[in-house]
Design a protein around this ligand. Structure first.
Ligand code: PEP
Ligand code: MG
Length: 575
């Protein structure tokens, strides 16, 4: 077979060589059919149920080993549904009395229960509806002879090939076996790409044609450093990439020399290098890579891959675990940011035409106040275990910040009344990721304790370019002077009020952006843990004063390209 070169967007550094594993989500089409042999149809149905049960047992066991018992409990709930006579009885009865095929009887009966449970004003029943939906899909797939895979059951070294990976698919990937992944859609700042960087799995996204060109078992090379994909590589190509992989590993060991050092420029200015995390387990990687702080803990992942909201106590446990592991180092926890590309299976919200412009993040939290108050209480209870800072995502107006802060203060007062100890030094800040807030930073700076600039969204909203759409990924332009001017406005406004500014969007870890951000006076850079040591090495060779002297010239350029070539020239002169 001929070697073939494909390309996409480099999403997570590193090189992987392994066999392809296609992760598909087939459409299940059910048609009504009359049957003549009812007993045979009933046996067919029972065997599909049995096969689904054995599959669920395996997934449950793998999940318990790889993740934890809590996540495995989802599959216990699915197994219970498959043994429930209240559901199975009406299906077999329907097959028998109406002489219809098992697929149709199953779908009709399940839909009836799903509709019934979903219409109830009771979260527990709504979750049962989600369980029935999942289980029905699994049994239907068996009846129709279609396979559905779960990433958690992979036990060979593979490279996953998929149309797209949802964030909850991605958290299930086990880096022991999943050596890399390639998707047809998505961009560098889609959440599956961000998670790949946290898990340190090399990835290329937005490749557009991989599903149509790669079959199961083909050998594939993923080059997450520059976005190349080689299908059916010949021996010489494999050898070349083995070399490239080895020299990347060597480079990483050189960067690691600064692991236990503070991040200081050549002219003695200290900036803080933090990491972005999604779960308490990620803290190990932060400390291994010499992180000085956590600049963004995306708490929404605690709410995913399960079938009900985490309780207040579960949240206290997760937040306390992060704070304890960080042992007094600054830890910025972001309140729930659901919406956009991050959905919760058990929170059935109406479909929106523009989810990234819809009921997302703080907007949803202010609408679902009880859920938000529970999270704030959990954060407050955990606060005594470390250096906690809280920030609200997607703030567009000062009123939203005031409302959220009021709820925070109310929960704090309640806990104090209940004689529950909470920290009195929690800073409360906001993500700056909507242009209105970046423009009004001077007003916000008087009331917030800090800013953290979320460039993934700030760029998508400033350029009006969906961060998930690979066809307009050319508009993801961190170096567009429009973005740089907004960033400057935010940093200057904060400094004027004696506040600090961090950046937790992907731009903070970008090699070309780092010198500019240093010159603009950014105080904290937060990135994937795996980028920290490289950034520290780069910063140790830069002079802040020198970079300040270039800012006026950079901000007066007209295009992103001009900024990039200015910066390349500058770094070329230094080499
Ligand atoms: C951002 O928007 O830059 C950010 C850090 O948040 P998220 O990627 O989770 O939207
Ligand atoms: Mg964001």
């Amino acid at each position: 077979m001929n070697q073939k070169l494909l390309s996409g967007i480099a999403a997570s550094n590193g090189i992987a060589i392994a066999k392809a594993f296609r992760l598909e989500n087939p459409e299940l089409i059910v048609e009504k059919a009359a049957i003549s042999n009812t007993d045979a149809e009933l046996t067919r149905f029972e065997s599909a149920v049995d096969q689904s049960k054995s599959e669920l047992e395996i997934i449950k066991e793998h999940t318990a080993q790889q993740m934890n018992d809590e996540e495995a409990a989802i599959f216990s709930a699915h197994l219970l549904v498959l043994s429930d006579p209240e559901l199975l009885g009406p299906i077999t009865e329907k097959i028998r009395s109406e002489n219809i095929n098992a697929e149709f009887a199953l779908q009709e009966t399940s839909n009836m229960f799903i509709g019934l449970f979903e219409s109830m004003d009771n979260d527990y029943m709504k979750e049962r509806a989600a369980d029935i939906r999942d289980v029905t899909k699994r049994v239907l797939a068996h009846l129709l002879g279609v396979s559905i895979q779960s990433p958690s059951i992979i036990t060979d070294e593979v490279i996953i090939i998929a149309e797209d990976l949802t964030p909850s698919d991605t958290v299930q990937l086990n880096p022991l076996y999943v050596k890399g992944f390639i998707t047809d859609i998505g961009g560098r700042t889609s959440h599956s790409a961000i998670l790949a960087r946290t898990l340190e799995i090399p990835a290329v996204v937005g490749a557009q044609t991989v599903m149509s060109s790669i079959r199961n078992g083909m050998t594939v090379i993923v080059d997450g450093l520059n976005g190349d994909i080689i299908v059916n590589p010949d021996a010489e190509t494999i050898a070349r990439y083995e070399d490239k992989k080895a020299s990347y590993e060597l480079q990483k060991s050189e960067w690691a020399r600064l692991k236990n050092e503070a991040t200081v420029t050549s002219d003695g200015h200290h900036v803080e290098l933090g990491a972005n995390i999604g779960t308490p387990k990620d803290v190990v990687g932060v400390l291994e890579h010499g992180g000085e702080a956590i600049g963004l803990y995306r708490t929404e992942f605690l709410y995913m891959g399960r079938n009900q909201f985490p309780t207040e106590d579960e949240q206290v446990e997760a937040y306390s675990s992060v704070l304890k592991q960080m042992d007094g180092k600054p830890t910025v926890v972001r309140t729930l940011d659901i919406g956009g590309d991050k959905e919760l299976s058990y929170l059935q919200l109406p479909k929106e035409l523009n989810p990234f412009l819809g009921l997302r993040a703080i907007r949803l939290c202010l609408e679902m106040e009880d859920m938000f108050r529970t999270q704030l209480r959990a954060l407050l209870r955990a606060s005594i275990h470390g250096n906690l800072k809280i920030m609200f995502p997607m703030i567009a107006t000062i009123e939203e910040f005031r409302q959220a802060k009021t709820l925070f203060l109310e929960e704090k007062a309640k806990l104090e009344n209940e004689q529950i100890e909470v920290s009195n030094t929690i800073e409360v800040g906001i993500m700056v990721e909507i242009p209105s807030t970046a423009v009004m930073a001077d007003i916000f700076a008087k009331e917030v304790d800090f800013f953290s600039i979320g460039t993934n969204d700030l760029i998508q909203y400033t350029m009006a370019a969906d961060r998930m759409n690979e066809r307009i990924s050319y508009l993801y332009q961190p170096f567009n002077p429009a973005i740089l001017r907004l960033v400057k406005n935010v940093i200057d406004a904060a400094h004027k009020e004696g506040k600090w500014t961090g950046m937790c969007g992907e731009m903070a870890g970008d090699e070309i952006a780092i010198p500019i951000l240093l010159g603009l006076g950014l105080d904290e850079f937060s990135m994937s843990a795996s980028s920290i040591l490289k950034a520290r090495t780069q910063i140790s060779k830069l002079s802040k004063m020198e970079m300040e002297s270039h800012i006026d010239a950079i901000l007066s350029l007209s295009t992103s390209e001009e900024v990039v070539s200015y910066m390349n020239k500058l770094s070329g002169m230094k080499k």
